[in-house]
Each structure stands twice: as C-alpha cells, then as structure tokens.
Design a protein around this ligand. Structure first.
Ligand SMILES: NC(=O)c1ccc[n+]([C@@H]2O[C@H](COP(=O)([O-])OP(=O)(O)OC[C@H]3O[C@@H](n4cnc5c(N)ncnc54)[C@H](OP(=O)(O)O)[C@@H]3O)[C@@H](O)[C@H]2O)c1
Length: 267
C-alpha cells in the first residue's frame, strides 16, 4: 500500500529484527527499498533471517546485546565503517516473563528493566550521538506494549514500557532541534514465535482471549510494521513524542487482571 521506493537510499536498523515483529518490520522496509540492518544476540538466527530477507533487497546483520553498551558501540562503529550512515532506528528488541510482583526476584525485575528500558535508551543515545545529531536528521520508532492500564502479571515490562513511552515524549522535545522525530508503537497481542516462549498454560490462555478482542483477532507483525512505516516516513512529518496503540482496542477494553489471576493460581 505504501509506494515502493519510499525508503530508497535510507538505512534502517531494527533491533530484534531476526524474529517475529522485528522480522516483519525489516521485511516491509526492504520491500519499500530501504537497506536494513538486523541485530540481536543469536548470530545463527540473524544469519538465517538475513539470508531470507536479502532475497528482496539489502539486509545486513550484526550481533549486539542492547543491554551492553560496549556491544552497541561495536555495532554503531561497524555501521559507520560499513555503510557510513543511519537514518532510522527501530527499537524492537525486548522480552519479559509472567510473574506476580510479590514473588518477582530482584534479578528478574532488573533483567527486564535493563533490556526493555535501559536497552532502548542505550540504542537511542548511541545512534543519536553518532549519526542523528551530527547529520541533523533522524527517526526513531520504539516498540512498547499495551501498558496504558498497567500490566498485572508483568509489572517489570509494564514499568519499562511506560518508561519508554515517557522517554519518547522527552526525547521528542529535546531532539526536535536536531530534526529527530521519535515515536512509539504499542502492540496488543501479536501472533509471533515470541508467544511460544511462554509456558503451555499461558499459551492456551492466549488462545482463549483472542476471541475477546473487539476485532476478534490477534494482531500480525504486518499490522505493527505498517504503523512503524507510517511513523518512520515523511507521511508523519509533523508527529513526534506519541505512542500509537496497534491492538484492536485492547488498551481500552478487556480484563487486565485475567493474566495475573491465572498465574497467581499457578504459584
Ligand atoms: N508478540 C506480542 O504479542 C508482543 C506484544 C507487545 C510487545 N511485544 C514486544 O515486541 C518485541 C518483539 O516481540 P516478538 O513477539 O517479535 O518476540 P521475539 O520474536 O521474541 O522478539 C524479540 C527479539 O528481541 C531480541 N532480543 C531480546 N533481548 C535482546 C537483547 N538484550 N539484545 C538484543 N536483542 C535482543 C531477540 O533475539 P535474541 O534472543 O537472539 O537476542 C528477538 O529477536 C519485543 O520487545 C516484545 O516484548 C510483543
């Protein structure tokens, strides 16, 4: 639906781009003419995905752990040497696990905050300083989650994603002077391999709640990619600092305590 050459000549970095939503985002940018770099921790997966994505255009891959600033610096310097610029950053990498807050360990809490909040800040900070601020142009899209009414059962990711949404507002204001726009997309439940990482009981819970979505379905990586493309393109040139929910209305409807009540029974 977007015009084919929309991102011709542009370089896009998608964290967590080897799987699920990130793969869908990378795929659409490539389809629209962009050169894409995908990154994550698992090199064999990146290699396989990059090979597949390269069938339709230019796709590079590089291992990077967004929690470790030294691997981010390696990635950023590698992009500078190999490609020479970066136009768009999509902060999609992340992960979490279900647990009631009262039994969440300090280690578990910190791991998720470190990944989903600090990792996103690290990527924004390094990309902006190396590329976006000096070139006086840049675009960042963060992938968050449905956290508008809190996230019972996953307090860590709720707090981290709300933090990213607030960071989106702050950086939008601080970096407008450099012609950098930053926005977020908050997915509802999206059918990806990421959902397979949850225990069986949670997976069958997901199956049951799909029917309760007001649009009667889960989202797809393409639903998210379409919103990311809008925010990364000149179509949204007067929009910065916002979060768009892409969730078939889940941010407004549905019982937010359902997941929590289920896992509470299991502990
Ligand atoms: N699917 C949903 O319903 C849903 C809903 C709301 C939000 N989200 C969020 O959307 C994003 C994509 O989710 P998905 O469903 O596509 O799941 P996924 O396939 O598990 O994607 C997560 C990606 O992030 C990468 N990653 C995780 N930690 C990383 C780290 N420290 N450094 C670098 N890469 C890291 C993973 O690769 P490695 O393990 O190889 O590093 C993986 O490629 C995630 O942030 C997820 O939490 C998903």
């Amino acid at each position: 639906m977007y015009s084919k050459g929309l991102f011709k000549g542009e370089v896009i970095l998608v964290t967590g781009g080897g799987t699920g939503i990130g793969y869908g985002i990378a795929e659409l940018f490539i389809e629209l003419g962009g050169s894409v770099i995908i990154t994550s921790r698992d090199e064999s997966n990146l290699e396989k995905s990059s090979k597949e994505l390269s069938k339709n255009g230019e796709c590079y891959y590089k291992v990077c752990d967004i929690r470790k600033t030294e691997t981010i610096e390696d990635l950023i310097n590698w992009i500078d040497k190999k490609i020479g610029k970066l136009d768009i950053l999509v902060n999609n990498a992340g992960g979490q696990f279900p647990a009631p807050a009262e039994v969440m360990s300090q280690k578990g809490w910190s791991a998720v905050i470190n990944n989903n909040l600090n990792g996103t800040f690290n990527m924004c900070h390094s990309s902006a300083n190396k590329f976006f601020i000096p070139q006086k142009e840049g675009n960042i899209v963060n992938i968050t989650a449905n956290v508008l009414r809190g996230f019972p059962g996953m307090a860590h990711t709720g707090a981290a994603r709300a933090g990213v949404e607030n960071l989106t507002k702050t950086l939008g204001q601080e970096w407008a002077q450099y012609n950098i726009r930053i926005n977020s997309v908050a997915p509802g439940i999206i059918s990806t391999s990421g959902l397979n990482s949850y225990p069986e009981v949670i997976k069958s819970f997901f199956k049951n709640i799909e029917k309760k979505n007001l649009m009667n379905r889960f989202g797809t990586p393409k639903d998210i990619a379409n919103a990311v493309i809008f925010l990364a393109s000149p179509l949204s040139s007067y929009i910065s600092g916002v979060t768009i929910p892409v969730d078939g209305l889940d941010h407004l409807s549905g019982d937010r305590m359902e997941l929590f009540n289920l896992i509470k029974k299991l502990i």
